[in-house]
Design a protein around this ligand. Structure first.
Ligand code: CP
Ligand code: NVA
Length: 297
């Protein structure tokens, strides 16, 4: 059992070179997708969700299976956590059963608390303030499509949410320009680590990547959409970007809200490759987290 588990919770806590190595391994594992190395033989991953998931759940489950390991899915509503059992006990007990835990927990502080008491790696499968595994797959996709990420202009549109915040973290590690165009009243006042504007056209101008996400994250149902319409990624915004610009979205998409259908389905849209890259990125993240359990990265 490692003394210090290799948690994967906040991109901002990582050394840039380590994140780059993980991405490099993700590309290698993608190249080996028809002959995956059996790195996780005998290892088990527990997964817990307090919100819906298609890509995160499938990518981790298939990643474990393809590399020879096993996974168990626990719905938060079915287990003792949140009932009579504490986060501490849950973390301690889970650490005796499996080799890693991947969680989608709205409450980021609860995830940190669980990691504090776990003696095995804890991986962030999304909280209300971050989605690091998604952004690792996005970095991988940009490298794949544009030949690199350093110095590229990545323009974000719409809501300033969990995915946006992990993108900001990544911009500092992978050295790209990140500009977010969001309605005036949601421009964050505290976090000054990237340019945030209410001018969507200025953000799109000469961008290499246009990226968006739902305007209504899970748990925010009932939100008014009026102020977001100027931030819809449509052919007008795409026309301002560089000729080779790509469109990205972590999915699920809401066509004709945050993105027009013609853009979502255009040749510039790389959303399905981006979704597939969740699988390869997850394998590389798991390989790093589980390395001290005997995995050879
Ligand atoms: N992008 C993403 O995390 O998708 P899921 O919510 O389906 O896992
Ligand atoms: N911002 C979205 C991402 C879903 C993958 C949400 O939190 O619902």
């Amino acid at each position: 059992m490692p003394n210090t588990p290799r948690h994967f919770i906040n991109l901002r806590d990582f050394d840039a070179d380590l994140l780059k190595d993980i991405i490099k391994n993700a590309h290698q594992l993608k190249a080996q997708k028809f002959n995956p190395p059996q790195l996780f033989k005998g290892l088990s991953l527990a997964m817990m969700f307090d919100k819906r998931s298609t890509r995160t759940r499938m990518s981790f489950e298939v990643a474990m299976k393809q590399l020879g390991g096993h996974s168990i899915v626990l719905n938060k509503s079915d287990i003792q956590l949140g009932g009579s059992e504490s986060v501490e006990s849950t973390a301690q007990v889970m650490s005796r059963f499996v080799d890693g835990i991947m969680l989608r927990l709205s409450d980021h502080a609860m995830m940190e608390e669980l990691a504090k008491h776990a003696t095995i790696p804890v991986i962030n499968g999304m909280t209300d303030i971050s989605h690091p595994c998604q952004i690792m797959a996005d970095v991988m996709t940009i490298e794949e499509k544009l030949g690199g990420i350093q110095g590229k202009k990545i323009a974000w549109f719409g809501d300033y949410n969990n995915v946006t915040q992990s993108f900001v973290d990544a911009s500092e590690k992978f050295d790209f320009e990140f500009i977010a165009a969001v309605p005036e009243d949601i421009i964050p006042t505290a976090d000054k680590r990237c340019t945030v504007t209410s001018d969507a056209k200025a953000a799109a101008k000469d961008a290499d990547v246009l990226v968006t996400d739902t305007w209504v994250s899970m748990g925010q149902e009932g939100k008014t959409l009026d102020k977001f319409w100027p931030y819809q990624v449509n052919s007008g915004l795409m026309a301002l970007a560089k000729e080779h610009a790509i469109f990205m979205h972590c999915m699920p998409i809401h066509e004709w809200e945050e993105v027009s259908q013609d853009v979502a389905k255009s040749p510039a849209s790389v959303i399905l490759d981006e979704a597939e890259n969740r699988l390869h990125a997850q394998k590389a993240i798991l390989a790093w987290c589980l390395e001290e359990t005997g995995v050879v990265v």
